[in-house]
Design a protein around this ligand. Structure first.
Ligand code: ATP
Length: 418
């Protein structure tokens, strides 16, 4: 069965945001056995969206539209669909009640403009939005079903999984036969990963593997196709085991797992605690760690020690040390790690200092130079790294590198004690 995805929003076609919704929908439709023929992005223009919808209904049986269901003038999806169908918009009482409840929860009155979000083309079926105020809807036009979802990714995903996927599987009689899994690695180049797993990458392989890279993380995408989803998942399990065997400890997680999840898991498993003292990363490591639910068991304190004053007064870094070797030095990174470790009374203290750039560089200390240190009761380890890219990239790469250092250390401790 042919499917098509239409993403709505001028910010998408101006390149201001990436169309991650289309990626997510395409992946799920492919897993369900749909043939995704086209992905289109359209600006907030009622005529352009109408034209895109008409074209799509001529070549696909399922069209999923995302975005443009907000309350403002430029949100035109419901009006464009109603115009294509030649029907009016009508108020859906259930959707309106849900919106009233959401506003009541926030102790707010419904602005008159928001009422439009409970309106759908007459004859359509409402798709509940548990998280936000924009309900989705499904309508039929000629031989095609058009399903409209909000643009906010978390709302779109929840509605896709809870309503759309069960609905389209039931309606089409298709069974999910495909499954996709991402295995993430850190610390090995993409070409080296390719080389090591090349046996899994041939066209004839099932699952078939491909690689992608971003911010030092190389991910292997495994795509399995079998007679049932359960069988496809089994094939993925086997392939994941093989990837782990071939790549070893550079593998840190799958799908939505980041390095922070791996670190939190290993800290809990080893019954260890950590505290961080960050200068150039500005609290990014703490931010990542606190994305992991339940991390308060092992993450005790995070200090953004940006100024020398804070390094000295809060972390106890000797002032003379900063004066003699500079704030960006292995000695200061180690002193920060030790200082925060003693202060928070934890097993691992992490210290990061560097030059995120583009200012602050000197001939012997270029932008992108970062020292990452950690102290435990038995070790003090410091690594020098030189990152390329803009300020935000340097910060992010340094934070990921620091998490990876801690991960590898915890792994080695686990291996030593087992
Ligand atoms: P809302 O009720 O929040 O206005 P909506 O359906 O009108 O929902 P949009 O206004 O189009 O959605 O988008 C809301 C936000 O969701 C955008 O600012 C953007 O950050 C994000 N978003 C929209 N479309 C996409 C997309 N295709 N991929 C990723 N993010 C998106």
């Amino acid at each position: 069965m042919n499917a098509e995805i239409i993403s709505v929003g001028t910010e998408l076609i101006l390149g201001q945001i990436a169309d991650t919704n289309a990626v997510c929908i395409a992946r799920r439709l492919a897993e369900c056995g749909f043939n995704v023929l086209y992905k289109t992005a359209v600006g907030d223009d009622i005529d352009a969206l109408g034209a895109a919808l008409r074209i799509a209904t001529e070549r696909a049986e399922l069209i999923i539209v995302t975005g443009g269901l907000g309350p403002t003038e430029d949100d035109i999806t419901r009006q464009a669909v109603a115009a294509v169908l030649g029907v009016e918009l009508s108020l859906n009482e259930d959707a309106f009640r849900h919106m009233q409840e959401l506003f009541l929860l926030r102790h707010l009155e419904i602005p008159p403009t928001n009422k439009i979000q409970a309106m759908i083309p007459s004859g359509g079926t409402i798709i509940p939005n548990k998280i936000g105020t924009a309900s989705g809807f499904a309508v039929t036009f000629r031989r095609a079903e058009i399903i409209c979802l909000p643009g906010v990714p978390v709302e779109m995903k929840q509605m896709l999984e809870e309503w759309v996927i069960p609905h389209i599987l039931k309606k089409s009689g298709l069974v999910q036969t495909k499954a996709i899994r991402y295995v993430h690695t850190f610390g090995m180049s993409e070409s080296m990963v390719d080389e090591k797993i090349k046996g899994l990458m041939g066209r004839e392989n099932n699952p078939r593997a491909g690689t992608m890279v971003g911010e030092g993380v190389v991910s292997i995408c495994l795509c399995a196709d079998a007679e049932s989803r359960a069988k496809a998942l089994e094939l993925l399990d086997e392939a994941e085991r093989e990837v782990r065997r071939l790549l070893g400890e550079v593998v840190f997680g799958i799908d939505g797992e980041g390095l922070e999840h791996a670190v939190a898991y290993l800290l809990k498993r080893g019954d260890k605690t950590i505290a961080t003292a960050e200068s150039c990363t500005g609290g990014l490591v703490s931010d990542l760690l606190t994305n992991v639910p339940g991390v308060s068991d092992c993450f005790v304190e995070g200090i953004v020690a940006y100024s020398n004053k804070v390094k000295v007064e809060i972390l106890g870094v000797p002032e003379g040390l900063i004066y003699t070797v500079g704030a960006v030095s292995p000695e200061v990174a180690c002193a920060m790690a030790g200082g925060v470790r003693r202060r928070a009374n934890v097993d691992i203290g992490l210290g990061i200092t560097g030059i995120a750039g583009p200012t602050g560089a000197t001939p012997d200390k270029p932008a992108g130079l970062v020292y990452i240190a950690f102290e435990t009761d038995s070790d003090v380890i410091c690594k020098e790294r030189r990152f390329l890219g803009e300020r935000v990239n340097v910060k992010r790469q340094a934070a990921l590198e620091a998490l990876n250092m801690v991960r590898l250390y915890l792994l080695s401790m686990g291996n030593a004690s087992s």
